[in-house]
Design a protein around this ligand. Structure first.
Ligand SMILES: [Zn+2]
Length: 556
């Protein structure tokens, strides 16, 4: 009955119009809204959604919710995650395999988006040093293909606190892409624009971050509606206090680096990004008619809060509760601007997060922590036991070990690799270790950890050795982190809503690789390299009507 009601007006419209081009035109969303909530675990929906009443609630109530969504690769980190979402390809394909990798020639870390040929274009104070671009991202993104295949050309904007989120989502040629420098200034790069983009400069001028100075971040709901302890066991709150309330001021009487750190590690930064996106869309987005445009927002606050307070904290719950409100306002603004059924929203996360080891230990789980330098020292000691005195480890990124130049030649010449792997495997916190010769691209088709590592490995950018820590063990200085193929890191939400989306809960296995192909399908563009699938079970698609637009039934 419901289906018949939907299809009948469509057939009526089609009967009155010249068929094909109009149907194709009307059946595409006018806007794609791609939202990536950094470090949002899948179980946050089960555990915390009872508090949500606005945007997240609307996504759950009116949208399609996939319940078994998993990253199929090992390096569950921000840059690989956003690049995978943006392209529908694996890290081994798009090559953004880590947030930073090691340049052995210069003995320095390279940011995944770092581009030494670019300079910062600042919306505030001057920022020096090499800026960022999408040059290291070696697959065209959904945004790139929308732009290339649409006529009139699609408009693309992308915002986040982080370059490694905003840039992959915006692709190689966005109309505007902006992120926040730790010095306290919104920036972009000469790779994208020669000068500040006026509508963004205008918004920032009207909404200085410093207006939030001296705000107090406290629970938005009654304390007894929050789960777990008010002060999270094992939390490393950084610049914040150990528990609510958190004053958003600096170490001095005026905005300083400590203030900007606290502001970024608070839901106020998410609210800012949502408001900026809506404002800029209003200013620049709809000066062209037709076509499918795209806005992408990387909401970074949850990641910063999660690293400091862990997944079982009032702070994480409150960040989501306030994101719910910010998204409610964003959707309401888009409803007014273009109509509720003329845009398609996708919300996903780039990775999950482990429990704080001290909390896991208190539940009788084997768990523990070390810092990355401690991990480097432990591995170096194994090399010394096998090869003799010396210094072998150059650097550790996540659990990737980069060796000093020439070390691998020595290891191979002395046929010592097996002994070294055995020595590392014998460390009490290690589950396994893989060297580059064990990780072939063909291995990506196999099951298990070796395959997961192969799917996010790049021989030039990944470490010489990839260490797999035991579950609930971390090598990180803060409270907790992510970056493994364990469930707590790989399982994330995937929510779709709006134009073309069939509401409901879906138990079919899905992956964040599926988002770009699905959105591309709705927008009528092709992604030549996509490795995900179109989530067709959640789309209004029949053989009679390729896409059934809900816009026909609502009059909007
Ligand atoms: Zn992240």
């Amino acid at each position: 009955m419901q289906v018949a009601r939907r299809i009948f007006p469509l057939l009526l419209v089609l009967a009155l119009c010249p068929a094909a081009p109009i149907r194709a035109q009307l059946s595409r969303p006018r806007l794609i809204v791609l939202l990536v909530v950094d470090q949002m675990r899948a179980d946050y929906i089960d555990n915390f959604s009872s508090q949500w009443t606005a945007g997240l609630r609307r996504l759950l109530a009116e949208g399609a919710s996939f319940r078994q969504v998993e990253y199929p690769y090992f390096d569950t980190l921000t840059c690989p995650g956003h690049s995978t979402i943006a392209t529908g390809t694996l890290p081994a394909t798009h090559r953004m395999v880590l947030n930073v990798w090691w340049d052995p020639r210069k003995a320095t870390e390279v940011r995944c988006t770092q581009d030494n040929t670019t300079r910062f274009v600042s919306y505030g104070r001057t920022v020096r040093g090499s800026a960022d671009s999408a040059a290291n991202l070696q697959v065209a993104t959904l945004a790139d293909q929308l732009r290339a295949q649409s006529s009139p050309r699609a408009r693309i904007i992308s915002f986040s606190l982080k370059a490694r989120a905003a840039i992959p989502l915006g692709g190689h040629h966005p109309d505007a892409v902006t992120w926040f420098d730790d010095a306290g200034t919104w920036v972009t790069s000469s790779a994208f624009t020669k000068a500040p983009v006026p509508p963004i400069a205008d918004f920032i001028r009207r909404h200085p971050v410093e207006a939030d100075f001296d705000e107090v971040w406290d629970r938005a709901a009654p304390k007894d509606t929050y789960r777990y302890d008010a002060t999270a066991v094992g939390a490393v709150p950084g610049a914040h206090t150990a528990s609510f309330p958190h004053a958003l001021r600096g170490d001095s009487a005026s905005p300083d680096p400590a203030f900007y750190e606290r502001w970024q590690t608070s839901p106020l930064s998410d609210r800012y990004l949502a408001r900026m996106a809506l404002d800029v869309v209003k200013q620049i987005y709809f000066d062209t008619a037709g076509g499918t445009n795209m806005i992408a927002i990387g909401f970074s606050a949850l990641d910063r809060v999660g690293h400091a307070f862990g997944p079982q904290s009032h702070e994480v719950q409150d960040t989501l509760l306030r994101l719910d409100v910010a998204l409610g306002a964003l959707f309401a603004g888009l409803d007014d601007l273009i109509g509720a059924h003329n845009y398609t929203v996708a919300l996903v996360s780039d990775h999950g997060v482990a429990s704080i080891p001290e909390q896991a230990s208190s539940q009788a789980l084997d768990a523990g922590r070390m810092t990355p330098p401690q991990l480097a020292d432990e591995v170096d000691e194994v090399f010394r036991r096998v090869l003799g005195p010396g210094h072998y480890v150059a650097h550790v990124v996540s659990t990737h070990v980069y060796l000093n130049r020439g070390v691998l030649d020595t290891v191979n010449r002395r046929h010592a690799l097996d002994a070294i792997r055995q020595g590392i495997r014998a460390l009490p916190f290690v589950a396994d270790v893989y060297s580059q010769d064990q990780i072939s691209p063909a291995g990506a088709d196999r099951a298990g950890t070796a395959a997961a590592i192969a799917r996010s490995n790049d021989p030039q950018r990944s470490g010489d050795l990839t260490i797999v820590l035991r579950p609930n063990w971390i090598a990180y200085a803060g409270a907790t982190t992510h970056g493994t193929a364990y469930d707590y890191d790989t399982h994330v939400p995937l929510l779709l809503m709006g134009h073309g989306i069939r509401p409901g809960q879906y138990l079919q296995p899905a992956s964040p690789l599926d988002i770009a192909p699905t959105l591309a399908f709705l927008a009528g563009v092709t992604l030549p390299q996509a490795e995900g699938r179109v989530l067709r079970e959640a789309l209004f698609v029949t053989s009679a009507a390729p896409y059934v637009s809900r816009a026909f039934t609502t009059g909007r």
